[in-house]
Ligand binder design. Structure first.
Ligand code: NAP
Length: 245
């Protein structure tokens, strides 16, 4: 097992990529804190059973982040892995984007990763090791129409990843990010019900299917395991070839 005796906090693990990652981590021997603002996170923890706890968490609130880290330390005594996965995506033409929508997207997708990393890094420094995996998007690498706040948040997360990787490499804290392409989850469900839009996504993806949450979970597992100890500050793009064209 790749994560035996490891402890992990996974944000947004009530659904989609985060849930698939939690289930995979559990199969690989990790003890897991499921942090989600949705009560769906309780189901993920129950599905895993022992060695998993749910805590209702809004990643954009420092107080919630404090409680999330405290639960991991109280239950498991250490924090080995942090997966900053919670995210929201709302679409508006830039010139019609309400200011509060911009703020909320940046606060959840970017500030949330900052707050959680800020909280766990001192623990990882004490332990002499740690892994942080940020879930960005191909929208952080290339433009997507009507997604200004989302693209900016995900591009910012890539920059933050590089900054943290450089700052904490000497402490043996690896910080990497993943840029998924189009993955079939609750986040994309409505878009993918639009037949024309789905077809355009399929055509833009050279691999002959769209992504599944498990495709990303395996990439997260690699960046969370000792197999990637010499990999830091990188963007692992898992997009079926979307950005290779
Ligand atoms: P998802 O199925 O909607 O799961 C995201 C989970 O995070 C949901 O349970 C959501 O709760 C929760 N969440 C949202 N805001 C939160 C907050 N402030 N605090 C705590 N939890 C919060 O979406 P997904 O597709 O798995 O997305 C996971 C990550 O992958 C996101 O960062 C997303 O941007 C990224 N990503 C997804 C795709 C894709 O095509 N699906 C592509 C590239 C990147 P609610 O459902 O109640 O909001």
């Amino acid at each position: 097992m790749k994560l035996e005796n490891k402890t992990a906090i996974i944000t947004g693990a009530g659904s989609g990529i985060g849930k698939a990652t939690a289930l995979l981590f559990a199969r690989e021997g990790a003890k897991i804190i499921i942090a989600d603002w949705s009560d769906e996170g309780k189901n993920t923890a129950e599905e895993i059973g022992k060695n998993s706890y749910f805590i209702k968490t809004d990643v954009s609130r420092a107080k919630d982040i404090d409680n999330m880290a405290k639960l991991c330390l109280d239950k498991f005594g250490k924090i080995d892995i942090l997966v900053n996965n919670a995210g929201i995506a709302r679409t508006f033409p830039l010139h019609e984007t309400p200011e509060e929508e911009w703020d909320q997207t940046i606060n959840v997708n970017l500030k949330g990763a900052f707050l959680a990393s800020k909280k766990v890094i001192p623990e990882m420094i004490k332990q002499g090791k740690g892994k942080i995996v940020n879930i960005s998007s191909i929208a952080g690498l290339v433009g997507f129409s009507q997604a200004s706040a989302y693209c900016a948040s995900k591009g910012g997360l890539i920059s933050l990843t590089r900054e943290m990787a450089v700052e904490y490499a000497k402490e043996k804290i690896n910080v990497n990010c993943i840029a998924p392409g189009i993955i079939e989850t609750a986040m994309t469900k409505e878009m993918l019900q639009d037949t024309a839009l789905r077809k355009s996504f399929e055509e833009a993806t050279p691999y002959p299917r769209l992504g599944q949450p498990e495709d990303i979970a395996y990439a997260i597992l690699y960046l969370s395991s000792s197999e990637s100890d010499f990999v830091t500050g990188q963007v692992l793009t898992a997009d079926g070839g979307w950005t290779a064209k």
